[in-house]
Design a binder for this molecule. Structure first.
Ligand code: KIV
Ligand code: ZN
Length: 513
């Protein structure tokens, strides 16, 4: 095969990491963008792990997996047969459904986690793959903790699952333990030793605990792997997974070296990265390769001089290769619906009807407060609209008194089921006062576990984006809010977390324990 299959696990391994959880609407929005990015496979979730994960995976299979030219939609499952049944129930709607089943093969995991013998794990693996093949052709198998598994035993398991019908064999460096040269050799040895390996796709899934995930993925490709599992912005368990954008751009920029490419539309990379940051409220570090704020910024005079004379002097990729927009002024308060719709289309959001009406109202509201509206502002508006969960409490009015030498106080009015509720609170700062006032109305006491604020664009009148993580009696939920007034943005972020908590509690009641 002359290309590398890009298997994106942002919505599964990425979402599994603390602080990155996404609701169904958010996963759908991300999945649509991943389809635009043209990844080959989207791992949408781990359906047996929770009712929400099941629903989100099913929604992605139904709404994204049925589009023309859609990526394959994959669900993760352990080797238990009930896991596989549940996984199939979620992915079966896609045009190209995939079941990804895994079990650990390292003695450490067998002894301490699974408490199973090698023979038992071997049998469970074969049974699982056979069972999955009863549902669909596209079955993937992963020997978890492959980098620390006994090589000969792992190869025996792989030969057996290929015989049982696995079409993709994925080798995970689950704990990010491998070092590139050693990993490359392991992949090469697997190709020599495993029976039938030439008839299946060999894949790798690298974690970044030692900062080697991308290097290990690339070395694996050089040694015959033809699928890589990766995530946008490199999010994932602990130190994360291999970063999709780094792998794709390394292969593209150094095609002379690797001689192989992917089908990814690289000009969608920047938008996808920013959408994920916006949805999760977690921003990439400024010096992050490819998508960081400074990735294309030339600060040193000697570099600027070189770039002005000839970009090739210091630029190995062009910002436009990854779709990075100049932060240009796009619209103002006199712009109409058609202009907004056209610009949103350029940004990858094809809105019409009530969706466009809502986005237009939010845009007008923003343009009244902020003279210059940038692409990043529009992204904030549309992703907020698209990923909203049902609102239980809505902000109606907010008044805050704060300053030097006064006790900060806030009065807030919330709307719930058409009724208005008002109360006030004091605190050690204006944000604390606002959150206390909200708690006084709802009777719920949220503990703020994390609070982050950033400007969506440059300029004193920029939108402030606030992301919070709130602990409501043991349930930790995230929320985000945006406004040109950062206190209002904080109130909105807290309310969005509160609404998410109420929504989750209602869903749990509907679904049962
Ligand atoms: O890291 C890992 O081993 C995994 C498997 C489920 C593939 O995520
Ligand atoms: Zn993983």
């Amino acid at each position: 095969m002359d290309r590398v299959i890009i298997f994106d696990t942002t919505l599964r391994d990425g979402e599994q990491a603390p602080g990155f959880s996404m609701n169904t609407m958010e996963k759908l929005e991300m999945a649509r963008q991943l389809a635009r990015l043209n990844v080959d496979v989207i791992e949408a979730g781990f359906p047996i792990s929770s009712e929400d994960d099941f629903e989100a995976t099913r929604a992605v299979a139904r709404q994204v997996g049925t589009l023309d030219g859609a990526p394959a939609i994959c669900g993760l499952s352990r080797v238990g047969l009930a896991d596989i049944d549940r996984c199939w129930e979620a992915v079966k709607y896609a045009r190209r459904p995939r079941i990804h089943t895994f079990v650990a093969t390292s003695d450490i995991h067998l002894m301490y986690k699974l408490r199973k013998s090698r023979a038992e794990v071997m049998k469970a693996s074969v049974d699982a793959v056979r069972h999955a093949r009863g549902y669909c052709q596209d079955v993937e198998f992963s020997p978890e903790d492959a980098s620390r598994s006994d090589f000969d035993y792992m190869c025996d398991v792989l030969s057996a699952v290929i015989d049982a019908g696995a079409r993709t064999i994925n080798i995970p460096d689950t704990v990010g333990y491998a070092i590139p040269r050693e990993w490359g050799e392991r992949i090469a040895r697997i190709r020599e030793k495993v029976q039938g390996i030439d008839k299946v796709v060999l894949s790798v899934h690298c974690h970044n605990d030692l900062g080697q995930a991308v290097a290990n993925s690339l070395t694996a490709i050089m040694n015959g792997a033809r699928q890589v599992e990766c995530t946008i912005n490199g999010i994932g368990e602990r130190a994360g997974n291999a970063s999709l954008e780094e792998i794709v751009m390394a292969l593209r920029t150094r095609k002379d070296f690797f001689g192989i490419d992917t089908r990814v539309r690289s000009e969608e990379i920047f938008r996808t990265s920013r959408l994920l940051s916006h949805i999760t409220g977690v921003h990439v570090q400024p010096n992050k390769a490819v998508v960081g704020e400074n990735a294309f910024a030339h600060e040193a005079g000697i570099h600027q001089d070189g770039v002005l004379k000839e970009k090739l002097t210091y630029e190995i990729m062009r910002p436009e290769d990854i779709g990075r927009p100049a932060n240009k002024l796009v619209l103002g308060k006199h712009s109409g619906r058609a202009a907004l719709s056209a610009r949103l289309k350029d940004l990858g959001f094809d809105l019409a009807g009530p969706d466009l009406d809502r986005a237009f109202r939010a845009f007008k509201d923003l343009a009244d407060r902020k003279k210059e509206v940038y692409d990043e502002d529009l992204l904030a508006i549309v992703t907020d609209e698209a990923t909203k969960i049902p609102v239980a409490y809505e902000l109606d009015y907010l008044h805050v008194i704060s300053g030097t030498g006064v006790v900060p106080s806030a009065t807030i009015r919330l709307r719930k089921d058409g009724e208005l509720f008002q109360d006030s609170g004091v605190g050690d700062g204006p944000v604390d006062a606002v959150l206390n006032a909200v708690d006084a109305i709802t009777g719920l006491k949220g503990q703020l576990r994390d609070y982050a604020i950033r400007a969506a664009t440059s300029g004193k009148d920029a939108i402030g984006e606030v992301s919070v993580k709130v602990d409501f009696d043991g349930t930790i939920v995230s929320g985000k809010g945006a406004s040109t007034d950062v206190i209002e943005a904080s109130a909105r972020a807290y309310l969005s977390a509160l609404n998410r908590m109420v929504h989750t509690a209602q869903r749990t009641k509907e679904v049962g324990p």
